[in-house]
Design a protein around this ligand. Sequence first.
Ligand code: NAP
Length: 280
Amino acid sequence: MTLRYAVFGHPVAHSLSPRIHAAFARQQNLAMTYEAIDAGPEDFAKALAAFAAAGGQGANITLPHKQAALALCTSSSERAQRAGVANTLVRREGGWHGDNTDGIGLVRDLSERHALDLRERRTLLLGAGGAAHGVAPALIDAGIGELFIVNRTPDRADALADAIGEPGRVHTRYWDDLGNLGTFDFIVNATSAGREQGEMSLPMAMITSRTLAVDLSYGEAAIPFLAWARSAGCTQAIDGLGMLVEQAAESFNLWHGMRPDTAEIYAELSGRAVALATGD
Ligand code: NAP
């Protein structure tokens, strides 16, 4: 029987996951199918159940279903529980097992592909949605210094800080206070502002030439934040394409027990990155 995998989202036509997983499968000589399944919030649970009934063995989950997916799992990894959202499901006897590969995907991209040392970096995380929940614990585990979380809706930043549970190291601040927080060694944009063509007001004084600026988005959605960072003097500005490929590789490994080489597909996609729609 051919192994069957899918990404669920709404919309999902933009997703690069089918292309990335097809490349991994070719590389590993694995016969599998990987399709994109568009299901609205009211249809998601039914669509996932139908996929399982038809032999689906694993799934990636993207917006807006990451939280709902975790709730539908019968078991989940510690990193999915810490994130509160699942982006990877593995079919096990008795139900779905939920995991979250976003955090490890970001850390691998930065520390392995870009050879960056994240330790002790004074860090600002912009956003407190699903992606921020996925990456914050992994950044803490990677040894960053203090973490400041700032979100347009402050309550969500507080909830994320509470979930991390390290009050001495993790702080929340209001967006309006960004100008008073000093400089950062590492700024992560985990908002969807670029994707929604929303405006973000960010003070340039937060950046020095040594600041690492990372946008989890890629393609056109990453342009405004990365352009802002460069114009403020940042010399290292990185988009989320490498994270996308690395989180996919980690999902692939969870399903098949094989870690694919990501260099080739990353090079292929980054060659035309600006033209790509964003998503995960
Ligand atoms: P989400 O759960 O919908 O959260 C969106 C976040 O963006 C919230 O914190 C929201 O603030 C904030 N936001 C939206 N518009 C804003 C604006 N105009 N100004 C300031 N803040 C704004 O989305 P998500 O899943 O976290 O995804 C966030 C981004 O990460 C997306 O662009 C997604 O494509 C990207 N991502 C990339 C990867 C990858 O592998 N590279 C993986 C996951 C996600 P409020 O709370 O105030 O609404």
